[in-house]
Design a protein around this ligand. Sequence first.
Ligand code: FA5
Length: 327
Amino acid sequence: MNMLEQIKQIKNPEDLTALHSSVFGKNGTMTVRLKDMKNLDNDSRAALNAESAELRDAFKHAQEELEHAAMMNALESQKLDAAAITGYGLRVTDNGRLHPLSQCMSEVSTVLTEMGYSLRTGPEIEDDWHNFTALNTPPHHPARDMQDTFFVSGGNVMRTQTSAVQIRSMEKDGVPIKIFSAGTTYRREMDATHSPMFHQIEGLVVDRRITLSDMVGDIKTFLERFFERELNMRIRPSYFPFTEPSVEIDVEWKPGKWLEIMGAGMVHPNVLCNVKINPNEFQGFAFGFGLDRLAMLKYGLSDIREFFGGDARWLKANGFETLGDKK
Ligand code: FA5
């Protein structure tokens, strides 16, 4: 193999340097021959000079090639590093977004806030007074059986209804009051329409001369704004210990198909007395509903438990966007 071919075959800078010194170094083959040039005739000198120049060019070219290859390698490996660092962020299809229930909760809150209700919250582990007794459901009241309750230590319960927050709010802020509470509630039951943990929203208005028609007006306004369409509403007599009269509200979901959507009623005088408000001076109404059932209706779902499966594929299958769809 002649020298030019040897140079071309070299794959790393160290080998190239070594070969270069063996040719052009102090005692290199070409250096020695060039030193002897004076003994050559003109043609041989010209040929040697040309050969030497050609070799220098070949070395220079080989060096440039190796430098270029090294730079490409470095870029390639940096590109891999960059992908390793940013790769997770690029796979946005794996990411999530607000759960449909959270979105629903926020829509409900927006509508109620626009209607002048302000949000109140309370503890999820509640004492007997706020969850039951002050709501006109003292111990041994048969209406306690209406709610399958989780009891925790110290006589407390996992709150079965957000109605507990109306007691706390009236105790703290007095009246007049126009509030809503929103949050998780718990009952010992589970089937397609009952989940052990679910979400309730409750509205409460207490003032002078509040009537049942104020309640009907506010509930209709709320439902139509939330579902973004006009709805026929039906009011049926019902029973809750903390409201008198008590009603259930149904909406005509499809022509001739009515669905029960919430409980409501005028705040029972005993409840007002329990929070030291004179029922002869103040009256009010309250309404409460399950957010999860409302969301089932809005999104056309048949099993409440699907909300809590935590499966992103389910979100997609039911037409809920995930963050990845926003790409
Ligand atoms: C109540 O809890 C009353 N506090 C509502 C109320 C407030 C009435 C103010 C009058 C005035 P009820 O037990 O019916 O009522 O529950 C209200 C809603 O919570 C139900 O209509 C249903 O939508 C929802 N709900 C009840 N239990 C479950 C459950 N296990 N899973 C999912 N949703 C539930």
